[in-house]
Design a protein around this ligand. Structure first.
Ligand SMILES: NC(=O)c1ccc[n+]([C@@H]2O[C@H](COP(=O)([O-])OP(=O)(O)OC[C@H]3O[C@@H](n4cnc5c(N)ncnc54)[C@H](O)[C@@H]3O)[C@@H](O)[C@H]2O)c1
Length: 323
């Protein structure tokens, strides 16, 4: 891995969220000054409260749909609700966050000549016809469905990033993030890993949508953050987009059974209808990341990552950590 200059001023939008808070941890630990910007729509102060005493850390309540004027060297643009329950709550705001947020952050990057990384998503591939997904694949996305505010918002943000790159020579990095899990996920966000774990720990039925044969790949948060840091440190000739995720593929049924085993729960599986536009298969081809990110590869096995995530939720739900 290339050495990361330890004296940068780095803006993390969405820094109080699940991924953003882990990113802030790593950046502070590496000696950077971090400005965490968040409107606390899905993020929480609990995720970053341990950083508040640090003189390297600054927290600003701000909505990225409004312009921001600060002096920074690098920007990680993560602000955007990531789970369907949250992004479908106010779909117009979701599109605004992706599109206006990207315009505002790119405008800022252009003014201060900062390097900027976009947290894009595997959802840009929609319900893919090819498997695993490679970066050259343009995707199959419904432009008018209930997931479109997120999928098309993120696609438009990618367009903006590449137009700023071509038109204004901005140094950009676009990471297409696949399902990531770990401590600090939301308890009630409806994403499958947190759903299953919370249901198992509470002894509730575990909800399987459809027949449970649809597959997902799950990347542990530490592996994802490592890749994002390495991507930001790559040379200006590598804007991406680059898939980041773990290609290990598991069906929903397999995941549910693993969670039951690791929690020792007596929960039963119950079936519910499949939601609209739910992709049947999703798995990253990470060859490009492995080639460009200094030998990066996801290292955390599902059982190990689930163990750490279960321990987090167990503490949270048992009240030893404020919920
Ligand atoms: N977690 C994943 O599996 C995953 C997968 C693909 C892409 N991503 C992307 O990574 C980023 C972070 O995802 P996450 O899982 O940490 O989700 P999250 O919901 O925990 O974090 C998003 C953060 O953005 C903040 N936010 C939302 N709208 C905002 C606005 N208008 N202004 C300022 N802040 C705002 C939220 O309060 C929250 O702190 C998102 O952009 C998401 O699309 C995540």
């Amino acid at each position: 891995m290339r050495q990361y200059n330890p004296s940068k001023r780095i803006l993390v939008t969405g820094g109080a969220g699940f991924l953003g808070s882990h990113l802030c941890d790593r950046l502070i630990a590496a000696g950077h000054d971090v400005l965490c910007v968040d409107n606390f729509f899905t993020g929480t102060k609990r995720n970053i409260e341990h950083l508040l005493p640090s003189p390297q850390f600054e927290l600003m309540r701000h909505d990225v749909t409004f312009p921001l004027y600060v002096e920074v060297d690098e920007i990680f643009n993560l602000a955007c609700p990531a789970s369907p329950i949250h992004y479908q709550h106010d779909p117009v705001q979701t599109t605004k966050t992706s599109v206006h947020g990207a315009i505002n952050m790119l405008g800022l990057a252009k003014r201060v000549r900062a390097k900027i990384l976009q947290a894009s998503t595997s959802e840009v591939y929609g319900d893919p016809e090819i498997h695993p997904q490679v970066e050259q694949y343009w995707g199959r996305v419904n432009p008018i469905g209930i997931r479109s505010c997120y999928d098309e918002g993120k696609r438009c943000a990618e367009t903006l990033f590449f137009d700023y790159h071509r038109q204004h020579k901005l140094r950009i990095k676009v990471a297409r993030i696949f399902n990531t899990y770990g401590p600090r996920m939301h308890t009630n966000d409806g994403r499958v890993v947190s759903n299953f774990i919370v249901q198992a720990l509470r002894g509730q039925d575990i909800t399987i949508y459809g027949d449970g044969s649809q597959t997902r790949s799950f990347c542990y948060v530490d592996d994802l953050i490592e890749a994002m840091l390495r991507l930001m440190a790559t040379g200006d000739d590598f804007p991406g987009p680059v898939n980041i995720g773990n290609p290990g593929e598991f069906s929903m049924l397999e995941l549910a059974e693993k969670v039951i085993e690791l929690t020792g729960s007596r929960s039963k599986l119950v079936r519910m209808p499949l939601p609209a536009d739910d992709p049947k298969q999703r798995r990253p081809d990470i060859s490009l990341a492995q080639e460009h990110l200094g030998g990066w590869t996801p290292r955390t096995q599902l059982d190990e990552g689930l163990g750490k995530t279960i321990a987090y939720f167990d503490q949270l739900l048992s009240g030893t950590q404020a919920a």
